[in-house]
Structures are given as C-alpha cells and as structure tokens.
Design a protein around this ligand. Structure first.
Ligand SMILES: Nc1ncnc2c1ncn2[C@@H]1O[C@H](COP(=O)(O)OP(=O)(O)OP(=O)(O)O)[C@@H](O)[C@H]1O
Length: 719
C-alpha cells in the first residue's frame, strides 16, 4: 500500500523534476541539522563542559547557531516550494480526471451515480493531497531523521542501536497487520459517503416531486437509514484509525523502557561515556518522535491508497470508440445513414432495438414514431454514436461508423432533445455554444427562427441574462426554444429532433415546425415524435413497436397499409386543440372508438361530446393523486403524462408505471362510481385534456336506458 502511494506520487512529480529536486535538496539540509543536532551534546559535554574548555564551547555553539539559521531558512523555502508542487499536482490530477471524463463512453455514466463521480474530485483528490503533504513534510522528515539517527546510533553504541532497530520492527508490526482491514473499511466508508452525497443531491433535485407527493417524512426516514449505515462504517473507520495510532504508541513505550535500562546498564559498567549516553538518549528521543510521527501518517496513506484505486477506475474506464477517418465537412457532403441488422441492448435484461434495417438518404426527412419505450430515442443515440450496436452495422456514407472520427461526424449534427441542458453563463453563451465563432447578429437570427428572441428582449439583461442552475429560471418551453436556436445556429448537415417541440404551446409548435420544414430543404432531418400530424410530410416514416421496426414508408402509404401506424393515427385523429391551446374538442367518430362508447348512437355521442371540458396542465404538474376520490375521466388531446406510484425504495421516491400520450386516456373507472385513484398522474409536458364528469355522463345515460347497461358493463369489465 505504502509503495503504491509512493510510486503514484513519484509519477505525479515527474513533470516537475527540477522543482522537486530543489525541494528535496533544501529539505535534506533542514533535516540534516535536525538529525545531527543531538550529536552536539556529546561534543559539548565531552569536549567543552567536562574539560572546562571555553574556546571549544564558543566554537561548538557558533557552528550550531549558524548551521541552525541556514538550515531553518532552507526549511522555510522548501515549504513554499512544496505548496507550489502540491498545487501543481492537484491541478494536473483534476485536469486528467476531467479530460478523461469527456472521453469515456456513455455506458460508463449510466453505471455511475453523479455523486460518485463528483467525489473523485471532492473526496479522493484531497485525500491524495493530504498523503502527499504528509509524506513530503512529516514523512520525509521522519524517514531522514530515522535513517541518519540509526547510522549515528550504530556509531555511538552498536548493541543499543540493534535493540532500537528490533524495537522499530515491533512498532510497525501492528499497523502492518491491521493494514488490509483498514483498507477494506476505508473502501466501504468512501462508498457509503458516495451514497450519502448521492441521496442529498437527488433530494435537492427532486424537491418538487417530494413536496408534491408529500414525501418529506418518508425521505427523512429513508435518510435516517442511510445515516445509520454511515454511522456504523464511520465508527469502524475511527476505531481502526485510532488503533493504527495507538498500537505503535504502546510498542514505543516498551522499546523506550528497554533502551533506558540497557543504556544505563552499559554506562554503569563503563562501556560508554556519559556524553555518549546523553547524546544517545537525545538522538533516540528525536528518532522515537520521528517513528511515532510516521505511524501517524499510516491512516492517511491507507486513505490515499483507496482513493488512488478509485481514481484509476475512472482513468481506466473505456473511452468512446472513435475511428480515424474524418467525414468531409461542408454543405455538399450530406451524410447518408444506413442501419443493417442492428440490435442493441443497454443491459442483459432487455433488447432495446431488434434487428433494425433502415436507410436515411442524404437530404431527406425521416421520422421515427411509435409508442413510448419502443426504442426511438435509442436509435437517435446510436446515430449520434453514443453507443455501439450489440450486433449489426451502422454506416455513414458507406463507411462503417467505428472507422469514422466521431468528432468530425458530430460536427455535422445539430440536435434538440425533449430535455435540454443549459450551462451556467449568459443566454448568448448558451446559444453560441454550438458555433463559438458566430456573431451576435447570427445568434439573434437563430433565436428569431426559434421564436425566443422576443422573449429574450423582454428580459432586462437581454442576451446577457444569466442562466441559473441548469436553466431553472426558464420554463421548459423556453429552454427548448433556446436549444432549437442552438441547433439552428449550427446550420448542421443533419438536424436531429427528439421530441424537440414537446414543451411548446400549439401556436409555437406549429410555427417552429414550419421553420424546421424550411430548414429541411438542404439537409437531412431526423424527427422523433409521438405527434403524427407533425410528420406527415416526411419522406420516410419508421414505425417502432417494442424495439422492432414494424413499418416504414410515407404517411399515405402507411395509412393505406392499415397496420400499427394507422392504429396510432386513428387514436390521435378526431381531436382538435385550438391554436392558443385553451380549447380542445373531439368528434363523435373518435368518441365512438373509446371501448365503452362503441356502438353508441351518434346522436347520444353528440350529447356526450358536449359534456367534455378542456383542462390544461403545465409540465411537471400533478394531474391525479393516488388515493383521492376520482369523479372524472381524462382524454389526452395533447401532451404526455407519467403514471407512477409512490415508492421511496426507488430513486426519486416514485415507481414509474407507464407513459401516456396524445390520444390515450385514463381514469375511466371514475365514470362508474366514486373510487380512489390507484396511481399518480403527472404531466411531463404541457398537457391539454378533454375531461368528462361522472355526473354529466350518468345524466345522459339515465335518459337512454338502452345504452346505460352496456356502457356500465364495459366500464365494469375494464375495472
Ligand atoms: N439508459 C438506459 N438504460 C437502460 N435501459 C434504457 C435506457 N434508456 C432507455 N432504456 C430502455 O430502452 C427501451 C427503449 O427506450 P427509448 O427511450 O429508446 O424509447 P422511446 O421510444 O424513445 O420512448 P419515449 O418516447 O418514451 O422517449 C425502453 O424499454 C427503455 O426503458
């Protein structure tokens, strides 16, 4: 363990050889004085005090004072050099870690919690710094003092020196034997610390969910369990730490006793002079202190050795596989994307994509549609080269993806996702990140196309307004528009839009979709959407279901085929949302497709239709809370909701059950009678619902006894 840490430090210092050499030289001077000073007692007693020689006394004292001042000054300078060396090494390690983190593949981030990655910087680097400072100060000092003292002690009295060497072996035996256990406890302590920090971090991020679901007490209880686990390991770490310090102390006492007895016996017998005995004891005391100091840094070393291992696990994590061929940039080199028999799995449990064959010809518009979880976003991530297929091939312009330099390829892609990250900095910086050379005018132009310019101009800071905490001072729609501006500014060959307008209101969505259509003139556009009406113009639509490609072709062709696409289309069709998003409507034909209204007379459906109200919810707003009494039915005219259940044992405190989107419905059991809701429903994007109250429906049904029983029976079956 000691050797690992020392080797690691030596490798860190390699870049600063001259600084380190200067440090060691000055340190040696300083230490030589500290180690040899006790010898002056022998000279003072035997050459000056006993023979009463004033001259010798003056010379010895002067030499002592001058060398003392010189060596102590060397010590002060070496402190400053060490401070610089240590700061350099910390900076290098931070840089190395950060640089590597930019290059590791996505799978690595999936497996690690962000708190664990953070702790490399906040826990492990400081622990390495502590060990380095300890070895370069107390450690070096103690080792030098012990080495010089041992030589001098052998020179003064070899048999006593031998006893000391044996004693030193006993002193270190304890820490050596405890070493492995201490290391294991240290590893567990760091792991628990990661989990604890992770819980706190997650709790901060999940405050809206926690308060919304009234989970404060449950979260506090869960945290108390974590603290209990942390307490145990913290206690064990403290115990082993104190044992590592205490054991050498006990051994040292025993060795002291033997030396005092043996030394005094030798002096009594006249085997050594009085001066030599005093010098021996003084030197031994200073050596004893140094040995003692060395035992103090053992826990620091154990800590650092665990940290080095942890950091190496990051530094050895596989990098993104990137080839050497650069894709030529420029407007004429539109990439053609081909998937041949591509399958992909994130983990052993489930295949996210199964044997996909598709081709997105350069300059065309392709759309990926399908239910939630069908693999659309996974496909986008494969196109971006975030993951490698588990089997099959992806080719760009006929070149295997793994041979292409990912940097040059991604240079040609502009992407917008459902959730877009905004960095700390100004709005201008955030848009310009995709094209650092862009002028402010170009940024403004892009912001205008993304329909965010007018809003930016209403802010007192305009484009210099600061983005706070990942964009928390902007709405989901505004964040999405800033991301769209970013992608537009880049003017990429491939525009990748993964639910890029999901957070926008209908007017903005329609208008931005027009912008995207214009932008598609001279480039490849790949759109992932669950809103089929927005991609009817696509050259090729790919339909996914449970990771499989179940259909492809232009809109009309797919409709004519009458498969899954038609099913999705029919589900979404027949509902209209006004352009301001405040009013929604449904026609009777669509109403008749609801299982419990099948076969109901059009006239009655007209009556039922008039009972529907429009309700709007903002993204992240709770629509239904489990346990509350339900009295209405919801039909999603526009938007996406998450169905979940409170469960503090899973991350974030809730268990995800399903995603529902345009055309889906929920809560129909409430149309039958007053039953408590069985799950929570939360809006993921701004949502517009058509809602039907039980009382209204019952009134209509009571007027039409001929359908009353049938509707109730179907509802009962669904229950
Ligand atoms: N990082 C991941 N790790 C493990 N499984 C994942 C990961 N991301 C997605 N999956 C799983 O892969 C499958 C496909 O997910 P994907 O996100 O591609 O679907 P999608 O069609 O884009 O869904 P949505 O429309 O809801 O975004 C799902 O079963 C999902 O749970």
């Amino acid at each position: 363990m000691m050797l690992t840490v020392l080797k690691y430090m030596a490798s860190c210092m390699r870049a600063y050889r001259s600084l380190a050499a200067l440090f060691f030289t000055l340190l040696l001077l300083d230490l030589a004085f500290i180690s040899l000073a006790p010898l002056s007692f022998q000279l003072l007693i035997d050459r000056a005090i006993l023979p009463k020689d004033m001259n010798a006394f003056a010379i010895i004292l002067t030499v002592l004072a001058v060398s003392g001042v010189l060596c102590l000054s060397a010590g002060v300078v070496s402190d400053r050099i060490l401070a610089k060396l240590s700061a350099h090494i910390q900076q290098d390690l931070r840089k190395r870690l950060f640089e590597h983190m930019q290059q590791v593949n996505m799978g690595f981030f999936e497996k690690k919690r962000s708190s664990e990655l953070l702790s490399y910087f906040t826990v492990d680097l400081p622990s390495i710094e502590r060990a380095m400072n300890a070895i370069m100060t107390i450690g070096m000092q103690s080792i030098t003092v012990v080495s010089i003292s041992t030589i001098v002690l052998f020179y003064l009295q070899w048999s006593m020196a031998l006893v000391i060497v044996l004693g030193a072996a006993i002193i270190f035996a304890g820490p050596y034997l405890l070493g492995r256990r201490a290391e294991a406890i240290n590893i567990s302590h760091k792991e628990q610390l990661d989990l604890l920090v992770g819980d706190i971090q997650e709790n901060i991020k999940a405050q809206k969910v926690i308060k919304g679901f009234n989970l404060q007490q449950a979260m506090t209880n869960k945290f108390a369990k974590r603290l209990q686990a942390m307490f145990l390991i913290h206690y064990r770490k403290n115990v082993i730490g104190s044992q590592l310090e205490r054991l050498p102390m006990i051994s040292l006492l025993l060795v002291n006793l033997s030396i005092i007895g043996f030394g005094s016996y030798l002096a009594l017998r006249g085997h050594i002079t009085l001066g030599a005995l005093v010098a021996f004891f003084t030197m031994y005391t200073s050596m004893g202190n140094s040995v003692f100091n060395l035992t103090f840094i053992i826990p620091v070393f154990t800590d650092a050795s665990v940290s080095i291992d942890r950091m190496n696990s990051l530094l050895h994590a596989p990098k993104e596989a990137s080839g050497s061929l650069s894709l030529p940039a420029g407007i004429d080199s539109k990439p053609d994307i081909r998937f041949s028999d591509v399958s992909f799995r994130y983990n052993e449990e489930q295949e996210a994509l199964k044997r996909i064959d598709l081709r997105i010809a350069a300059g065309t518009t392709a759309a990926f549609v399908g239910s939630s979880g069908s693999g659309k976003s996974t496909l986008v991530q494969l196109i971006l080269g975030f993951y490698q297929p588990s089997s099959g091939h992806i080719e760009i312009n006929g070149i295997p993806m793994q041979d292409i330099n990912l940097g040059s390829y991604r240079e040609q892609i502009g992407s917008v996702f459902q959730e877009n990250f905004l960095f700390r900095g100004t709005i201008l910086d955030n848009i310009r990140i995709s094209k650092p050379s862009a002028t402010k005018e170009e940024v403004i132009e892009a912001a205008k196309k993304a329909e965010i310019h007018v809003y930016i101009m209403t802010l007192s800071g305009g484009y210099d307004t600061m983005v706070q905490d990942e964009g928390s001072n902007f709405s989901g729609g505004q964040r999405q528009r800033l991301a769209i501006a970013r992608a537009i500014l880049k003017n990429p060959q491939i525009l990748l839009l993964d639910e890029a307008t999901s957070a926008l209101d209908p007017i903005s969505e329609a208008s931005i979709n027009r912008t995207f259509k214009e932008l598609s003139q001279n480039r490849t556009v790949i759109t992932v959407t669950h809103r089929l009406a927005s991609i009817t113009h696509a050259n090729q639509i790919y339909v996914f279901d449970k990771g499989e490609l179940v259909g492809s072709g232009p809109h009309q062709e797919l409709l004519a085929e009458g498969g899954y696409y038609k099913e999705l289309w029919d589900k979404q069709n027949g509902m209209q949302v006004s352009s301001n998003g405040r009013e929604a409507d449904i026609d009777e034909e669509r109403l008749a497709k609801l299982p419990f209204f099948q076969g109901v007379d059009t006239e009655i459906l007209k009556e039922i239709r008039s009972l529907f109200n429009t309700e709007s919810f903002a993204a992240k707003q709770q629509v239904i809370q489990a346990g509350e009494q339900g009295e209405k039915f919801y039909l999603i005219a526009r938007g996406r909701v998450e169905v979940s259940r409170k469960n503090i044992d899973v991350e974030g405190g809730k268990q995800h059950l399903a995603i529902l989107e345009d055309g889906d419905h929920f809560g129909e059991i409430a149309l039958l009678n007053n039953v408590p809701r069985t799950a929570d429903i939360t809006a993921l994007t701004p949502c517009v619902f058509l809602t039907l109250q039980r009382k209204g429906l019952h009134y209509v049904l009571s007027k039409h006894p001929e359908i009353n029983d049938r509707v109730r029976k179907t509802l009962q079956e669904r229950k």
